[in-house]
Design a protein around this ligand. Structure first.
Ligand SMILES: Cc1cc2nc3c(=O)[nH]c(=O)nc-3n(C[C@H](O)[C@H](O)[C@H](O)COP(=O)(O)OP(=O)(O)OC[C@H]3O[C@@H](n4cnc5c(N)ncnc54)[C@H](O)[C@@H]3O)c2cc1C
Length: 385
């Protein structure tokens, strides 16, 4: 049998793409793990982003804003618990106020409503924050993306092949650990391995681990919703933040350290091929040359709970180091260009009969339903059904 579409990857992007394909088509989805959402999708901050950070006009900006709405609709339709609790981005010193104003302007450019707060108003929302000013973003929320993925998988009409790794793509053939399959259009949503399957020369996935701590005891009661720092504009990640998840527990993170394996969730997880690919890539060394100081600080914070606690205490001074307990980490599939620049936007490329989702880092969980619709529309354009 020749399938109309084969999708590689049972994370939220692959699943959302399968959902968006025409119902009349035959679809097969391959996931190498025995369950869906085992990697980025199941190991993230669980935030439904609002779309304030991304440059107006980019795919990220558009799909995060629309994705915020479509994710909420999906959760409602499938009875998945979520909470649009809003978030507070806090400027802890005067130097951060100007950067926060820029973020407010950017949010306006993306059509996202925000409210500027002085210190007293910020404390009405989060009584324990240390802020000289803050930006409130009411449309941000929380959800468990594993539950969302499971609901997506249940809704897909097609063949779902779990525990089946795609080893290579050769024209319309997929060589897998369960034998060969054929498909007219192949869609690569393999996250941390998407560049390898795409055999991309322009892009390399460089894995950045994000580590979390559970916040327990009296410290947890100091956080009502989501508390974020003002992001460092020279750094692509949002900074360590505090999140009260939909089930009520509070976590702090993620930091960002280079992982020595693409699925390296601990320092001792080392994969020689993955590390070789990172360290022989010119783009990595160009990135490292520009960011060695920040990178060094991140490594120290990764190995020291004390330093991690200090970052969190900048936001909420009352949080105690003894109430922080290491929890599971995630690894971001961040595409790096040969110039050493991190790919800023989502990257979705067509080559022959294949579409490769080569860069879908945060906020791709929020934006997943929009990415899925976009990829399905792209697939239909070149469709040879
Ligand atoms: C620490 C962290 C925090 C984040 N926080 C947020 C957040 O709060 N909100 C948000 O919107 N986004 C967040 N993100 C981003 C979001 O989680 C990802 O953008 C999103 O999950 C990407 O989904 P995906 O399907 O592309 O990748 P994945 O979830 O990684 O799925 C890819 C799948 O492909 C499978 N696969 C790989 N190779 C093969 C192969 N050869 N054969 C078969 N299967 C294969 C993998 O096993 C995996 O299941 C965060 C990410 C991280 C890492």
């Amino acid at each position: 049998m020749i399938f109309d579409y084969a999708i590689i990857g049972g994370g939220i992007v692959g699943l959302a793409t399968a959902l968006a394909l025409p119902e009349s088509s035959s679809v097969i989805l391959f996931e190498k793990e025995p369950q869906f959402a085992a990697h980025q999708t199941g190991r993230n901050s669980a935030v439904i982003h609002s779309g304030i950070y991304y440059k107006p006009g980019t795919l990220k900006a558009r799909m995060a804003v629309d994705g915020n709405r479509s994710m909420v609709e999906f959760c409602r339709a499938h009875a998945i618990p979520f909470d649009i609790c809003g978030k507070l981005i806090v400027a802890t010193g005067d130097a951060e106020v100007a950067r926060l104003r820029k973020l407010e302007e950017n949010a306006r450019g993306n059509g996202v409503a925000t409210r500027w707060l002085d210190a007293a108003e910020a404390k009405e929302i989060e009584p324990h924050v240390s802020a000289v000013a803050a930006l409130h973003v009411p449309s941000t929320g929380v959800v468990d993306y594993r539950l969302v993925s499971e609901a997506m998988a249940r809704s897909i009409r097609g063949q779902l092949e779990l525990s089946c790794r795609v080893l290579a793509i050769e024209n319309d053939r997929l060589i897998t650990t369960n034998g060969d399959f054929r498909a007219r259009t192949i869609i690569n949503c393999a996250g941390l391995f998407s560049d390898r399957l795409a055999r991309s020369r322009n892009i390399r996935i460089v894995p950045f681990r994000g580590e979390y701590y559970d916040v327990t005891g009296a410290s947890a009661s100091l956080v009502r919703t989501l508390i974020y720092p003002v992001p460092n504009p020279d750094f692509p990640f949002l900074g360590v933040h505090l999140t009260r998840g939909v089930e009520g527990h509070v976590h702090a993170g993620p930091n960002a350290v280079l992982a020595l394996a693409r699925e390296g969730y601990r320092w001792r997880d080392i994969n020689l091929r993955d590390s070789f690919e990172t360290f022989t890539y010119g783009g990595f060394w160009r990135l490292a040359a520009r960011n060695w100081e920040e990178g060094g600080r991140e490594v120290l914070r990764s190995v020291s709970r004390h330093l991690f606690a200090q970052s969190v205490q900048r936001l909420v001074p009352g949080i105690q180091e003894r109430d922080l307990h290491r929890s599971r980490a995630g690894v971001r599939a961040q595409a790096l260009l040969p110039s050493g620049a991190l790919a800023d936007d989502f990257v979705i490329e067509r080559r022959g009969n294949a579409i490769h989702v080569c860069n879908a880092p945060s906020p791709a969980a929020t934006a997943s339903l929009e990415i899925g619709k976009y990829v399905a529309a792209e697939a239909a354009k070149g469709c040879r059904l």
